[in-house]
Design a protein around this ligand. Structure first.
Ligand code: ZN
Length: 162
């Protein structure tokens, strides 16, 4: 595997059936982890419909991790009724560190990225314009284009402290 792409589901605090089919791992509001229908290895080579479709134009070699939250998000002033919780965010950062370690992936801007960042780098894919993750409710001062590097600094801490 070459990278992790991080998402939010734009749903409630638990995954629905559709979410389970689209991501490898999901994290609920209390930090509980759900395994999706497809295994990480199913995305090594994406064939037919037997892989987790989480990132348009970028599924091959990509582990999809998603936080179950953000239904009704409009902007930084109106994050809806299901904002990402602090424990959910922290557990997700730790999970990303665990997965990087497990799969021997070095931490970098193109190996741990948000769906938003993937779209910015690949503007001709359907991922362009995706808004996960432009806002981190537990850290509301982090700006849209700094969310990815903020996330990587958090994951780096977990990597060094696992
Ligand atoms: Zn996404």
């Amino acid at each position: 595997m070459k990278r992790i792409i991080l998402h939010w589901t734009a749903g409630k605090y638990q995954p629905n059936q559709c979410d389970l089919e689209h991501y490898h791992y999901l994290v609920g509001a209390e930090g509980e982890i759900y395994e999706g229908k497809f295994k990480v290895e199913d995305n090594e080579v994406c064939r037919g419909n037997s892989y987790a479709m989480h990132t348009g134009g970028g599924n091959t070699g990509s582990i999809g991790v998603s936080m179950c939250a953000m239904l009704g998000f409009k902007n930084e002033h109106n994050a809806g009724d299901y904002p990402i919780t602090p424990v959910q965010f922290e557990r997700t950062m730790k999970l990303c560190a665990e997965l990087l370690k497990k799969y021997g992936i070095p931490l970098g801007a193109d190996t741990l990225m948000t769906h938003y960042e993937f779209g910015q780098v690949h503007p001709k894919t359907t991922s362009f314009g995706k808004i996960d993750i432009v806002f981190i409710p537990p850290y509301p001062w982090v700006k849209k284009d700094e969310a990815g590097s903020f996330i990587r600094s958090k994951v780096r801490w977990y990597l060094e402290n696992l």
